[in-house]
Unconditional design. Sequence first.
Length: 327
Amino acid sequence: MDQRLAAIGVRLNTAKTEILDQAEAIAYFWINMNMVQTVLTNSLKNGAQTPSSIRRIYTRAASEFSKFRFSTPQGQWEKVYKRFFTLFGHLNSDDLVSYVSSVLRDHPGMRDSIFRYYEKLGFSTLRLQQILDFMCSGYCCDDCAWFACCKLLTDWEVPLGPSTQEIVSAIQKGIQQATTPARFAGALWVLAKYADEKILGSFILSKRTSWNYSIWAARQALSCYGILSSTHRQQLRSIAISEGLSESLSVLTNLSEIEKLDKLDTQLKGYLLQTNMNYPYPLPKFLIGLTILHRGANKQMRLSLKHQLLKILKDPIYTIRVQDITI
């Protein structure tokens, strides 16, 4: 086979190439299981319209997953497992929640599928605890995993209460790990949503060495300028100027111009008030909205924006923060 392939210009690395017979290939690539998953996914997306049809798909999916869990891991086992997380996410089923902690710990290649699954299911106290436990463990040791956890915490609609306090406490405990731009930005996003301005401002200033050498991370830090206290605003501006962060200073310039507005133009109004019901309201939009509500030049404009935002915001934290602003 090596000679035949060489004749058409294909060179095999024989040390890394495994030649399988038909039965071995079917098992290695999980052909039959993949076919079932494809049929169920397509049926769910294109055919199932009634509760009874969705229940039938769920019943078959649960049966196939049970078979899969008791099968010997081999070949592209992880890819099939990832497809189950996607399928059960489409079904809005929490059947796979009990496996999440071990998968996050032992299978780094599957973490993205877990985060998508949990974004689809939404917040629960159990799911929150699993994510926080993972973040505080030694297994969350790469920037991608940390940032993905922080993004999930930011996107979730978490009710105000003990859960939000747990999130802030966990991020504060992990702050010493926020030494890279990605880890800093992830922690920043979470604190910008759940923490008060004092905690957020102190975090940004204390972690200046994590963001002042990265244009992207510096822009993330400066994007919070409009919601910080006056003292922290002055310190942040001074750092940005003294460090010569010219490309990032444009963020401060834009926010300063927004603060001077006495009327929202069509473009900015459309940006702030246009929503997609299938996705959470973006944190960057929310920060700009808060900047205007706190510091906008026109009181009537701020009142109008406040009422309009309260009509479209679904996230309880965002809603409470807007409601608490006195204009």
